[in-house]
Design a protein around this ligand. Sequence first.
Ligand code: FPP
Length: 240
Amino acid sequence: MSVPRHVAIIMDGNGRWAKARGLPRLKGHEAGAESVRRILRAAKKFGVRYVTLYAFSVENWSRPPLEVQGLMKLLQFFLKRNEHELHDNETRLRVMGRRSDLPRAVDRALADLEAATAKYPDRELVLCLSYGGRTEIAAAARALAEDAAAGRIDPASIDEQAVASRLYLPDVPDPDLIVRTSGEERLSNFLLWQAAYAEFYFTPVLWPDFGEEDFKAALDAFAARHRRFGGVDAPSGGKS
Ligand code: FPP
């Protein structure tokens, strides 16, 4: 069975989950953080090497200040609570997004854990924080323009590789599978460049309810797909 090397997830539906229970939205995010723990364990169990999570978008800063503060606190709590697990599972933490937007304490906690887990080569958890696909591509375009203006590159030589190498985490392979929960079927500015050949899996399950079985269903759906990458036949075992 073909297991995706890299699964990226749009964790949607925390607010609706809370609302359905008459709870404040932050309770939904807290429950969502528990789903993250479950899914990291499931990813290890099923042999998924990279998991990328859309935890906070550039657009999310426009949410009510209390919700934004609550999410930042939750993130710090999540890092503390999962530090051991990342080490036990030999998982490297990475962050992609406009880091300078993050509160200093959050950025520092992330940087510490990134440094402490950088030694693990086999499994990665990528957290997208203050992330936007267009912002990422615009930053790469700016870097290219600076390199060209300084005479470091010839504009005529700019190709896909030149752009890709200036994205936030150029060494992380493109996602094979993108999952979105809660019944919404949109990319919402997530991994716009990297999603070029990804398979998509949409489920009505709200993120706080998403568990190992649901993750497995997404992997099964992926395994049943026939990937051609724009060619006429699927390379054996997929691109990965
Ligand atoms: C979308 O649900 C979810 C978010 C904007 C935040 C995701 C955060 C978590 C799952 C918890 C923290 C994550 C980590 C990694 C610690 P929504 O609020 O848009 O839900 P709605 O569409 O039902 O309102």
